[in-house]
Design a protein around this ligand. Structure first.
Ligand code: FAD
Ligand code: SIN
Length: 557
């Protein structure tokens, strides 16, 4: 009999027999995801290997990604008169609460500025100081210096725009929109037994649902790179767009690759509290606090000094927990950000989108306190990679938010994510330089088989399960955890898992069903990792083990 804690040992490969002939698409490099990680890698590879075909898959449109919504900016040592690598390294290590890999932190910090210069060359605009050619460097929580390059509060939009325009210049990049990657192809699909400890697992590409004609195509490549972003949609309140369902991490886990540090889900302290509720929650950038915004109670009292000497600019885990604790103590639905003392012209110039959004729901940031509440924002753990972005599966790489490179440890420093994605996209490209000519494209991969499945009759089963999943994760595996809550979450998840697998065996594949399966996997990985960590560290806080242990290890599943 199965117990809840091992239910993922049982994935059934029931869709694998050769029956219907579907499209087979071959490329030299297959990239899953068109955010900053995927497009940066595609551009670099396409420029260098003019004779190689690069296929980029994206499950909706090319421009829809977490990247597109990034507000605050990209952290990089820029003004060397005041800043240096050692300071950025120290801030990253400090936020990471003892779990960062020091060599990776140094790599990202030292290679970061070059990557930023590169995207500027491709056309990205970052704000400059008034009447000056110097960049206007912002500051965010946990940073000891002003080092955040930004484009108003639309940095991600500007970077995504630049990358799409640059990618469009290369005829050897083909972007397939509305293609949903379902599963990675390994020796398992050739009929071999593959378990997590099997040595030499290889990835030959993936099966993907063409959402426009409903067919499942076989995409084959010399190497595959997972750049599928985060999984914030596993929680009820999240700043992540609806595409962020952790598909890449779930796919790698199903393919028996290694995933680590999933307990460290980052809650951003300040999403806009909107009583009507919206998905995703609108972010009030940390840069607003860097600009002078102060966290307060409804009575206008500052409270952050009781939690950390850096007050409103303490690292995110501390601020999110402080807000959560104050809300629980006072029985309120939100806390507040006070910007009323800031000069309007400057505020609106820096944060036009935030200003407009607040006004649209009847809050004037210059006159009213802005109601804020923590929301799930970033997945610090993910697919385990080495310093070249290589996963535990051969011919498979990962970059961006879905990857766990060792940079973030137990808590990501603000604005280090866009930087990491560019640095690792570059490192994967550099590593592939010697590989792409050596690796083959397999010819013996069976098509996906959809035999025995019928179209879903009750979509409500899926939507309701997603709702339940989010409730479970938000109530039991949120900012504050405990053994009892984690156990309860695991038991509930097991039921959802069983019901969903039953549905999967009998229903034809739809993006909704696959997202539900992937979200259940992500929820399971978070809960299981959280159960393993018997201490409180960084973003993982449990009332049963409130102290830091001196022995630090990564949670590898
Ligand atoms: P994404 O940009 O999320 O792209 C993922 C891609 O994968 C998408 O194209 C998606 O369609 C595709 N995909 C996913 N699943 C599948 C599938 N099954 N099949 C096919 N395609 C798939 N970080 C910072 O450093 N600075 C900031 O200021 C900042 N602000 C943020 C503000 C908000 C509101 C949010 C949500 C995040 C912010 N972050 C910020 C985090 C940062 O934006 C993300 O971590 C980063 O953009 C992730 O980039 P990525 O390339 O890894 O993934
Ligand atoms: C923000 O603008 O507050 C988000 C920055 C980040 O997630 O790095």
């Amino acid at each position: 009999m199965l117990c809840a804690c091992c239910f993922y040992l049982t994935f059934a490969p029931h869709h694998l027999i050769l029956l219907r002939v579907m499209a087979q698409i071959k490329a030299d490099l297959l990239i899953l995801g068109s955010g900053i990680a995927g497009l940066t890698l595609a551009i670099k590879t396409a420029r260098h290997f003019k004779d190689k075909q690069i296929l980029v898959l994206t499950k909706t449109v090319e421009g829809e990604s977490n990247t597109r919504y990034a507000q605050g900016g990209v952290a990089a040592v820029w003004d060397t008169a005041t800043d240096n690598y050692e300071k950025h390294i120290a801030d990253t290590l400090d936020a990471g609460a003892g779990l960062c890999k020091a060599d990776v932190v140094r790599i990202v910090v030292e290679e970061g500025p070059e990557r930023v210069r590169e995207i500027i060359e491709w056309g990205a605009r970052f704000d400059k100081e008034k009447n000056s050619s110097d960049y206007d460097l912002a500051r965010e929580g946990g940073h000891s210096e002003h080092r955040i390059l930004h484009y108003k509060d639309l940095t991600g939009w500007e970077m995504q725009r630049t990358l799409m325009e640059e990618a469009a210049r290369y005829p050897n990049i083909r972007v397939l929109e509305h293609y949903f990657a379902l599963d990675l192809i390994t020796q398992h699909h050739l009929g071999r037994l593959v378990i997590r400890v099997t040595p030499g697992i290889e990835c030959y590409g993936c099966y993907a649902l063409n959402k426009q004609n409903g067919e499942i195509d076989t995409l084959l490549a010399r190497a595959t790179v997972v750049c599928t972003g985060g999984g914030g949609q596993v929680y009820k309140a999240t700043t992540n767009p609806v595409i962020a369902t952790g598909d890449g991490v779930a796919m790698v886990y199903r393919a028996k690759g290694r995933v680590e540090n999933m307990e460290f889900m980052q809650f951003h302290p300040t999403s806009l509290y909107n009583p009507v509720g919206e998905n995703p929650s609108f972010l009030i950038s940390e840069a607003v606090r860097g600009y002078g915004g102060i966290l307060k109670t409804a009575d206008g009292e500052e409270f952050m000094q009781h939690y950390d000497p850096r007050a409103s600019l303490a690292p995110r885990d501390i601020v999110a927990r402080a807000i959560d604790s104050e809300m629980k103590k006072r029985g309120t639905d939100c806390m507040y950000l006070d910007c009323r003392h800031l000069e309007k012209e400057g505020f609106v110039a820096h944060f036009p989108t935030i200003y407009e959004k607040c006004v649209s729901i009847g809050i004037d940031p210059m006159k009213d306190l802005i109601p804020v509440v923590p929301a799930c924002h970033y997945m610090c753990g993910g697919i385990m990679t080495d310093a070249n972005g290589q996963t535990s599966i051969e011919r498979l790489y990962a970059a961006g938010e879905c990857a766990s490179t060792g940079l973030h440890g137990a808590n990501r420093l603000a604005s280090n994510s866009l930087l990491e994605a560019m640095v690792f996209a570059h490192r994967i490209f550099a590593h592939l330089e010697d590989q792409l000519d050596v690796l083959d494209i397999r010819n013996d991969i069976p098509d996906w088989n959809a035999e025995g499945t019928t179209d879903p009759k009750e979509m409500v089963l899926i939507t309701q399960s997603v709702r339940e999943l989010k409730e479970i994760m938000s109530y039991y595996v949120g900012i504050v955890r405990s053994n009892v809550r984690l156990k309860r979450a695991m038991d509930r998840l097991f039921l959802l898992y069983q019901e969903t697998e039953e549905l999967y065996k009998t229903t034809s594949i739809s993006p909704q069903l696959m997202e539900l399966r992937n979200l259940i996997t992500i929820a399971y990985l978070i809960t299981r990792s959280a159960t393993h960590r018997r201490e409180s560290r960084g973003l993982h806080f449990t009332t049963d083990y409130p102290e830091l242990l001196s022995f630090v290890e990564h949670t590898v599943l």
